[in-house]
Design a protein around this ligand. Structure first.
Ligand code: ASP
Length: 335
């Protein structure tokens, strides 16, 4: 009889524990010079609505017991499909007037990772990054080769014009004018324009009900980029990192600095080696980016469901929802 009681007790405790296991996600839609004066109320409302839609799309996956990986992809696809963000449709232009997209994803459970760089015809780059992770023996594929792989995997290719918007074309024109002016005048503010014209990368990190973490990031990179430039977004350890033992991180900002700091892995390493709390670790790494002269931010979630969203730019599009009940979207600093 006692044995039966003990069994029932163990069963009840295990199921209560399982029910209470925290889960949730955090996402971003890019960091940069986003000031209240630069957004009309209507535009601001559009951003908030799309961030909410992506957040809820990802959270619904977690709520019904889906994986962190599926939640990350669900959230990112919604942002890629929106022309508001610099990823998928609405990506920034290269100097040649085309869109070149980068993306990466990492599974914290297995440390598997996939990334693509410089693709021009993949509607949802995050899904191709996932295919690289799951269906190839590589971690990163680039350019034409990545698209050949996509075709083999049955991806439908879209014309580059699908990504192009008038808003981003104007940004390219302004960037070019600025570049020309810079060559003739040293009185112009150093790099203000580059910071303004870049924001909009998207990313998502999630913790699922089974305690698995995942991270993903997708971007068009930087306006007026040349020579096949690739930023941090598709670089595992810089723009994206996830490990079940520590945390999941997705970054956005001036990619060159984020690569040099190794941002996403730097945050996880502090948790791994020193047991630093997530918020402290993420803030310390963003300080390092700032010390080099870079700007941007990250979204991160740890294995216990703690989150961090630090940035050193004027704003960062962001949203979160946790099983504890905490949820929100925000754009400006101090929100
Ligand atoms: N990090 C991206 C890149 O450098 C851009 C961004 O996040 O705004 O390509």
């Amino acid at each position: 009889m006692n044995k039966i009681f003990a069994l029932v007790f163990v069963f009840v405790s295990v199921s209560t524990l399982a029910a209470e296991r925290p889960f949730g996600l955090v996402l971003h839609g890019g960091a940069g010079v986003i000031e209240r004066t630069s957004l009309t109320p209507a535009r601001e409302a559009e951003y908030r609505a799309k961030l909410t839609e992506a957040r809820e799309g990802g959270y619904a996956v977690l709520e019904r017991g889906g994986s962190a990986l599926d939640a990350v992809v669900a959230g990112i696809v919604i942002l890629e499909d929106s022309p508001l963000f610099n990823a998928g449709k609405g990506a920034v232009f290269t100097a040649d007037g085309t869109c070149e997209l980068d993306a990466s994803i990492m599974d914290g459970r297995t440390q598997a990772a996939g990334a693509i760089a410089g693709v021009r015809h993949i509607k949802n780059p995050i899904t191709l990054a996932r295919a690289v992770m799951e269906k190839s023996e590589h971690v990163m594929l680039s350019g034409d080769g990545a698209e050949k792989f996509a075709k083999q995997q049955g991806f439908e290719l879209v014309p580059n014009e699908y990504f192009q918007t008038e808003f981003r074309r104007k940004q390219l024109e302004q960037a070019k004018q600025r570049e020309a002016a810079k060559k003739t005048s040293s009185l112009l503010p150093a790099d203000h324009f580059e910071r303004v014209a870049r924001y909009g990368t998207v990313g998502c990190v999630a913790l699922d009900r089974s305690g698995n973490l995942a991270a993903g990031t997708s971007t068009g990179g930087m306006t007026n980029k040349k020579f096949g430039r690739v930023g941090d977004a598709p670089i595992i350890g810089a723009g994206t990192y996830a490990h079940n033992a520590t945390c999941a991180v997705s970054a956005t900002g001036w990619g060159e600095y984020f690569i040099r700091v190794g941002v996403a892995r730097d945050i996880a390493a502090q948790l791994e080696y020193r047991g630093t709390p997530l918020k402290e670790a993420a803030a310390a790494t963003i300080r390092k980016v700032g010390q080099l002269g870079g700007d941007g931010g990250v979204v991160a979630i740890d294995k216990a469901g703690n989150i961090a969203l630090p940035f050193n730019s004027a704003g960062m599009y962001r949203g979160w929802r946790l099983s504890s009940g905490s949820a929100g979207v925000a754009i400006f600093s101090g929100e």
